[in-house]
Design a protein around this ligand. Structure first.
Ligand code: BLA
Length: 526
């Protein structure tokens, strides 16, 4: 007997969330074998929706459940694409005569959604109030306006705000946030639209473990997830495994996939009752999520979900475009600054340290540093937020003892050089270029503070939930925040690849400065 693995806070990245063997109860899931359309499995709640137990029709043809006309609609749909929207499936009333009658049906009309999973076909049915479909034109107009608003945003901040605003408008949820993944897969809330009585989450950070790796992988594949009521009773699949292969059913693409209980507990601790989450995908990576929260049960229908998904897809493209544009303009800006510095250095007759001092903002901006030190033959110039001169000199000595490579950078100086713990609020990350010319050394060192000191506490991380007993809150934003603080301890924001390239280029300028400097010194000596 294989004892199933229990998943908790220590091993949640191993939970196979794509094969829970369970569904959410707000619809019916039916597994079909192609091409005959024999029913292989079904969610147990067919009893609730159709007044029949799955055992009654498993192994039989789909036409035992729905009318032959509807079966042929499905067959036609299968000729076209994997994911097809089928309207208004009507349950075959013949099935019910004799035992329970038609008025026992939870609904007469269903929306059918089809997709393939491995070798089987999954048909998901959602009860509809009527035969009426939604107003196409109204949806189209909303979408057109939403896309225009997103597109016309004049800054990144406005773009993020507009995305949350549009999702809030269409879902009517209490809170919508954008959760952006950092390079280390931790996350930060960078935009929010919410009901005014709610506390803000803006600026809050969470560790990578809050959205484990297999979940991130799944969300890269599937654009939207939905939990209309987190206090749901999961529904079993009958039978649990595909009877032909005895393998679990992959529900990655299923709307009704039952969600990890660990995530449910987290949402409970946050006080959230319903969620919709849309992925933001940046070329080859899950860039972020648009997370919508509601504090009472709330479902969103197929059309709204499709609109959310489309906004997510459009926003993803827009984000990518703008990122490329801003990288491009950063590169232009860097070129300009480099040129200015070069000019200034070659024109100046006075001490070069002063040149850098006059151009302090430019020098720091080059690599997004908070401070810098320039050391030319023992003369030290400090710019912005830096350690003391003595501490800086000690860093330089340490750098020189490192067999002075061309360029040294780290986002955790305290790990390499223990004394840095004392000034990590100024210099936790360093990026250093050094030149040794005629036995003299020249250095530029950029500093970044420990990350925790750069966080802008717009929200209150100590109070996102009102419950106070700590044990029950192992899975909660507060614990997460503590964990995140641990993971970024002794760390600055990492140096980006292109920033290191910029430093490399700056080395040429430093070389120029060093040459000038030694010429001037020679002249003075003569
Ligand atoms: C999933 N966790 C998620 C998701 C979010 C968060 C947004 C994705 C849900 C979706 O797309 O449908 C986390 N939600 C947050 C955070 C905020 C928020 C940080 O609103 C802040 C405002 N979660 C944990 C821990 C574990 C964990 C410690 O915090 C594991 C021990 C697990 N989270 C976990 C799992 C999933 C998840 C397994 C996947 C749920 C699923 O799709 O089945």
């Amino acid at each position: 007997v294989i004892v199933p693995e229990k998943f908790d806070i220590t091993n949640c990245d191993r939970e196979p969330i794509h094969i829970p063997g369970l569904t959410q109860p707000h619809g019916v899931l039916i597994v079909l074998q192609e091409p005959e359309l024999t029913i292989l499995q079904a969610s147990e709640n067919t009893k609730v929706f159709f007044s029949v137990y799955p055992e009654f029709f498993i192994g039989k043809h789909l036409s035992h459940l729905i009318s032959p006309e509807q079966v042929s609609i499905i067959q036609d749909a299968l000729m076209q694409e994997n994911q097809v929207f089928i309207q208004l499936l009507k349950i075959n009333q013949n099935l019910l005569t004799g035992n329970e009658v038609a008025h026992q049906l939870k609904s007469e009309f269903f929306l059918g959604m089809l997709h393939r999973s491995g070798d089987v076909l999954i048909l998901e049915l959602e009860a509809q109030e009527s035969r009426k479909t939604s107003d196409y034109l109204e949806n189209y107009q909303f979408l057109e306006q939403a896309i225009a608003n997103i597109r016309n945003s004049t800054s990144m901040a406005e773009l993020y705000r507009n995305i949350t605003h549009e999702l809030k408008q269409i879902t009517q949820f209490d809170r919508v946030v954008i959760y952006k993944f950092e390079a280390d897969n931790s996350g930060v809330i960078i935009a929010e639209d919410k009901e005014s009585h709610l506390d803000s989450y803006l600026g809050l950070h969470y560790p990578a473990s809050d959205i484990p790796v297999q979940a991130r992988r799944l969300y890269y594949q599937k654009w939207l997830r939905l939990i209309p009521d987190i206090n749901y009773q999961p529904v079993r699949l009958i039978p649990t495994n595909n009877p032909l292969t005895d393998t679990p059913l992959d529900l990655s693409e299923a709307v009704l996939r039952s969600v990890s209980p660990l995530h449910i507990e987290y949402l409970q601790n946050m006080g959230v009752t319903a969620t919709v989450c849309v992925s933001l995908i940046n070329e080859k990576r899950l860039w972020g999520l648009i997370a919508c929260h509601h504090y009472t049960p709330k479902n969103v229908n197929y059309e709204v979900r499709k609109i959310c998904e489309l906004i997510g897809k459009f926003a993803s493209i827009e984000l990518l475009n703008r990122q490329e544009r801003s990288l491009h303009s950063y590169r232009q800006q860097v070129k300009l600054i480099q040129e200015q510095l070069r000019q200034a250095l070659s024109d100046e007759s006075d001490y070069i340290g002063n040149v850098f001092k006059r151009n302090e903002a430019s020098l720091l901006e080059l690599v997004q540093a908070q401070g810098a030190a320039i050391l030319l033959e023992g003369q030290l110039t400090l710019l912005g937020s830096t350690p003391t001169p003595t501490q800086t000199q000690a860093i330089v000595n340490w750098l020189m003892s490192q067999n002075a490579q061309e360029i040294i950078y780290t986002d955790s100086l305290p790990q390499l050089y223990a004394k840095a713990k004392n000034f990590k609020d100024k210099a936790c990350g360093i990026l250093a270029i050094s030149i040794v010319l005629n036995h003299r050394s020249y250095h530029i060192i950029w500093f970044r503070p420990e990350q925790i000191h750069t966080v802008n506490w717009a929200g209150n991380p100590n109070k996102p939930v009102s419950v106070d007993s700590d044990n029950s809150l192992l899975l909660s934003p507060r614990k997460s925040f503590e964990l995140w603080k641990e993971t970024v301890k002794d760390k600055s924001l990492p140096w980006q690849h292109f920033e290191i390239e910029v430093a490399q280029e700056m080395k040429n300028n430093l070389m120029l400065a060093a040459l000038e400097f030694s010429h001037a010194a020679l002249k003075q000596a003569a």
